[in-house]
Design a binder for this molecule. Structure first.
Ligand SMILES: [Zn+2]
Ligand SMILES: [Zn+2]
Length: 280
C-alpha cells in the first residue's frame, strides 16, 4: 500500500488508457503544429505565433495538471487520523485506520481517499480532496484543446476528404469503407481517423466536464451525486472554493498559481451548519 514512486498506473486497463493519453495528446499537438498549421500559413507571422502560444499554453496546462493529479497524495495518510472513532467517521478494515466522512476506500489504489470523487482510469489514481482542482483543470484544458483542434483543422479535413457533405460524415464514421470504395486515399484515411478520434475525445471530455460542473455546483462528489446526497451544498461560491481553493478566480490559469484549500479534507461543514460570510 502507499503512493507508488512511478507515475505509470498499476492496473492493465488504466495503463492502456494512460498510454493512449500520453501518446495521443502530444501526437495531436504535433499534428496541429506540423501538418495543419503549415498548410494554412506559409510564413511565420503574428497569427502563427498566436497559434503556437495557444498550443503550448493548453498542452502545458493539460500535462502539468494531470501530473499533479498523480503526484498529489489524495489519501489521508499524512493527515492526523484519530485512533478513536468520531461521530460520522468509519473504520476502514483494509487500511486499518479511522476515516472521516466523504472518504472512501479505492480497491484499485488500495487506500482510502479523502473526499473521494472517483477513480480516474486515465491517470490511474483517485481524485479526491487534495487533487480535485488539478483533475478539473486537466479535463478543462483537454476540452479546450480538443475544441480548438477540431475547429482549426475542419477546413483542412473537409478539403482533403473532398466528398459531398453526407459522404463526408459517413467517411468520418468508417474511413476504411471509403478507402475500399476508392473515395479517399490512405492519407485521407489518416486525416478522417484522427478527426474522428478528436471528435470522440471532445464528446467524452464534454460529458466529464458537465458531470463535474453539475456535482461541484451542488457541493457533491461524483459518489454523492450518484447516491443523491446533498448534505454539503453550502453556496455556489463556497462549493467552487472547496475545489479550486481561495484563489479560484485565477487558479484556472495555471497549476503554478497557489490556491490553498480552506479545509484539511477531514472536517466538512454540513449545509445546515453553514452561514455565508458577511463580507460578500
Ligand atoms: Zn481504506
Ligand atoms: Zn483509486
Amino acid at each position: 500500500m502507499g503512493k507508488s514512486t512511478t507515475i505509470i498506473p498499476r492496473k492493465a486497463t488504466d495503463k492502456a488508457l494512460f498510454l493512449f493519453m500520453v501518446i495521443g495528446i502530444p501526437f495531436g499537438v504535433f499534428w496541429l503544429g506540423f501538418v495543419i498549421l503549415p498548410h494554412y500559413h506559409d510564413e511565420l507571422n503574428s497569427s502563427v505565433v498566436m497559434h503556437i502560444i495557444a498550443m503550448v499554453f493548453v498542452t502545458y496546462n493539460i500535462f502539468h495538471n494531470l501530473l499533479l493529479v498523480i503526484r498529489t497524495d489524495a489519501s489521508g495518510r499524512t493527515s492526523f487520523l484519530p485512533s478513536v472513532l468520531k461521530p460520522g467517521w468509519r473504520y476502514c478494515a483494509i487500511c486499518q485506520v479511522n476515516y472521516p466522512p466523504r472518504s472512501y476506500h479505492c480497491h484499485t489504489c488500495d487506500e482510502c481517499i479523502l473526499k473521494r470523487d472517483h477513480h480516474c482510469k486515465f491517470t490511474g489514481c483517485c481524485v479526491g480532496y487534495h487533487n480535485h482542482r488539478y483533475f478539473l483543470m486537466g479535463i478543462f484544458y483537454i476540452f479546450i484543446g480538443a475544441l480548438y483542434g477540431i475547429y482549426y483543422q475542419w477546413e483542412y479535413v473537409y478539403e482533403t476528404i473532398n466528398l459531398p457533405v453526407i459522404y463526408f460524415f459517413l467517411c468520418l464514421l468508417a474511413p476504411h469503407f471509403a478507402l475500399l470504395f476508392g473515395a479517399i486515399n490512405l492519407w485521407g484515411v489518416l486525416v478522417a481517423t484522427l478527426h474522428t478520434l478528436g471528435l470522440a475525445t471532445l464528446l467524452m471530455v464534454s460529458y466529464l466536464l458537465l458531470m463535474q460542473a453539475k456535482a461541484i455546483c451542488q457541493g457533491q462528489t461524483q459518489y454523492e451525486m450518484k447516491h443523491n446526497i446533498h448534505d454539503y451544498n453550502l453556496s455556489l461560491r463556497q462549493n467552487i472554493v472547496d475545489v479550486l481553493g481561495r484563489r479560484w478566480r485565477i487558479a484556472w490559469i495555471s497549476p503554478f498559481i497557489p490556491s490553498p484549500l480552506t479545509g484539511d479534507g477531514l472536517k466538512f461543514l454540513r449545509a445546515t451548519e453553514y452561514e455565508p460570510p458577511k463580507d460578500i
